[in-house]
Design a protein around this ligand. Structure first.
Ligand code: DHK
Length: 155
């Protein structure tokens, strides 16, 4: 019997997609999304993924079509997608449709607890495609999402 977590297994690839304005994290005056800058969040996630033997593509775009292109690209090479679609969470049928075409695991994340905020943030299109959702835990939630993804894809 083989153990898929040993170093003899090929590294599994996970895409971590970040939507509009995520590049401003840590810079907003109200600190809704905590004090970690986007590069700091990326470094935390890269380190977490490396510790789990995962190859992580941590990317951000302000453009809906770019996120759709990345999801389509991930179809050929990734075991899982972690996504914070940010403001597109509540509007993007194209991102939902792309995610529904992805055969691997999907985790939706949010820095803030979206259900404690304005009602327009309470309906997520992304959730229709997600295996799980993590919200409200800031950068820690991003690391938890990588840990959860590692378990999901190795099950
Ligand atoms: C990030 C955003 O940019 C908002 O548009 C969402 C999400 C919430 C977050 O909490 O990470 O409403």
């Amino acid at each position: 019997m083989t153990d898929s977590t040993t170093s003899s297994s090929p590294p599994q690839t996970v895409w971590f997609l970040n939507g509009p304005n995520a590049n401003l994290y840590g810079l907003d005056a109200n600190k809704v999304y905590g004090s970690d800058s986007f590069p700091t969040l990326k470094a935390r996630c890269d380190a977490k993924a490396a510790s789990l033997g995962l190859t992580l593509h941590f990317v951000q775009s302000n453009w809906e079509g770019q996120l759709v292109d990345w999801i389509q690209e991930a179809r050929g090479c990734a075991s899982g997608i972690i996504i914070n679609a940010a403001g597109l969470t509540y509007s993007s049928v194209p991102i939902l449709d792309a995610l529904l075409s992805f055969p691997g695991k999907i985790i939706e994340v949010h820095m803030s607890n979206i259900w404690r905020r304005e009602s327009f943030r309470h309906h997520s299109y992304i959730s229709k495609a997600a295996d799980g959702v993590i919200a409200g835990l800031g950068g820690d939630g991003y690391e938890f999402a990588i840990e959860a993804m590692s378990r999901l894809i190795r099950r």
